[in-house]
Ligand binder design. Structure first.
Ligand SMILES: [Zn+2]
Ligand SMILES: [Zn+2]
Length: 332
C-alpha cells in the first residue's frame, strides 16, 4: 500500500513525509482493516512531524481522522462487516483497567494508544484498528466532510463540554480553524450567543456565516462579559485576553495539545472563581455524542482536499494559517 511516512522529525518546510510502498497491514483478533477514503489533517500531526511532541516510534504513518470502508476483518469481529463505512479517531485504544478508565476518564488512560502516533495512521491506503474504537458515520456527509469530525470536531466538542457552557449563555471562541468552525455550530444549536476572536478577516466572515453573534480580534472588547470560553489557537497570551472579558465563575477550556507559555498574570484576573483548564484527547462517548449531533443539526463542514502525496503541502498551509477551514487528504 502507498503511505506518507515520517522517518525523522523535521520542520514541515523540509517536506519530511515520504511517499513509500508498505506491506498491507493484517487485522489481528478483534480488529478491522479499512480501505482509507479520506484522512483529515490536524495540527497535532504537525506537532508530531516537527517533533514538538516526543515520538514513541519511528518510522510512523501519521493521520488520526480517518474515514474508510471495511475491507477485511480479524478473528472474532462481530460489530462490523465488509463494506461498512467507519471512522477512526485519535484515541486508538485504552487499558480499561487504570483508575482513569474506571472512572469515565478513559481519555486520560495511563496506557492509552493514539492513532498516527503509537500506531500507524491514515496517511495511507489501508489502516487497522480495534472494532471497539471505530464508529459508524452520519449519512449525508461525504468521506472528506466526515473526516474532520473525528478529531477537530470531537476535541472542540469536548472543550465545549469542559467549558460547562449552558444553553443561552455567552461563549467566546479564540481562533477559528477546523475545530472552532464545528464547535460554533454545536454552540449555536444549543442556543448560545457566540463571540469569535480571530486575527483573520476571512475567518471572522465564516464565523458570522455560521451564526456568530459578534466577531473581533483578541484585543477587542466584546459587548458584555463571557460565561465561558474555548481557546483553540495555541497561543498562551490568549488566556489573559480571555480572562480579561470572562464573567465571575466562568471557565476557560484550552483545546490545544501544546501552547506557547502562558504569561504571568495578575491574580485579580483569575479571582472570583474563574477557572482555566486544559482538554486532553476524548472519550468514546464524546465521539458517539458528537457524531449523533452532527447528523441532528446537521453540521456543515468546510473542507479543502488534497491528494495523499500532497500531505506535506497541506500541513505547510496549515502551519502558515492559509487554509479557510479543515484540510483533508483524499486517498481513494
Ligand atoms: Zn486505562
Ligand atoms: Zn487531531
Amino acid at each position: 500500500m502507498k503511505a506518507m511516512r515520517l522517518s525523522k522529525a523535521q520542520p514541515i518546510e523540509q517536506s519530511p513525509l515520504e511517499l513509500v510502498d508498505l506491506p498491507a497491514p493484517i487485522p489481528g483478533p478483534g480488529e478491522v482493516r479499512l480501505q482509507v477514503e479520506a484522512c483529515g489533517v490536524c495540527r497535532t500531526d504537525l506537532h508530531i512531524i516537527e517533533g514538538d511532541l516526543p515520538l514513541p516510534r519511528l518510522p510512523l504513518v501519521p493521520g488520526h481522522q480517518i474515514v474508510g470502508l471495511v475491507d477485511q476483518i480479524g478473528e472474532g469481529v462481530t460489530r462490523f462487516g465488509k463494506g461498512d463505512r467507519l471512522g477512526i479517531p485519535w484515541l486508538y485504544s485504552t487499558c480499561g483497567q487504570c483508575a482513569f478508565c474506571q472512572r469515565d476518564q478513559e481519555n486520560l488512560c495511563d496506557a492509552a494508544r493514539f492513532t498516527g502516533y503509537h500506531m500507524d495512521g491514515g496517511y495511507a491506503e489501508l489502516v487497522v484498528a480495534p472494532e471497539t474504537f471505530v464508529y459508524p458515520l452520519p449519512t449525508g456527509l461525504s468521506p472528506a466532510q466526515a473526516a474532520p469530525l473525528l478529531c477537530a470536531g470531537v476535541i472542540g466538542f469536548r472543550a465545549l463540554r469542559q467549558s460547562k457552557i449552558r444553553p443561552g449563555e455567552r461563549l467566546g471562541l479564540y481562533g477559528f480553524g477546523g475545530s472552532a468552525h464545528i464547535a460554533i455550530q454545536v454552540a449555536v444549536h444549543w442556543g448560545c450567543e457566540v463571540f469569535v476572536f480571530t486575527r483573520s478577516e476571512e475567518h471572522r466572515a465564516l464565523a458570522r456565516e455560521l451564526g456568530a453573534h459578534w466577531t473581533g480580534r483578541a484585543e477587542d472588547d466584546p459587548p458584555g462579559r463571557l460565561d465561558s470560553a474555548v481557546i483553540f489557537a495555541p497561543v498562551g497570551r490568549l488566556v489573559l485576553e480571555a480572562l480579561r472579558v470572562l464573567a465571575k465563575g466562568g471557565i476557560i477550556a484550552l483545546a490545544g495539545i501544546t501552547m506557547t507559555p502562558i504569561p504571568e498574570l495578575d491574580y485579580s484576573l483569575l479571582y472570583q472563581e474563574r477557572t482555566v483548564r486544559s482538554v486532553a484527547n476524548s472519550t468514546r462517548q464524546d465521539v458517539i455524542d458528537l457524531l449523533k449531533l452532527a447528523s441532528d443539526i446537521p453540521i456543515r463542514i468546510e473542507v479543502q482536499t488534497f491528494p495523499l502525496d500532497q500531505a506535506n503541502r497541506a500541513l505547510l498551509l496549515l502551519k502558515q494559517s492559509r487554509l479557510r477551514a479543515a484540510s483533508v487528504l483524499t486517498v481513494s
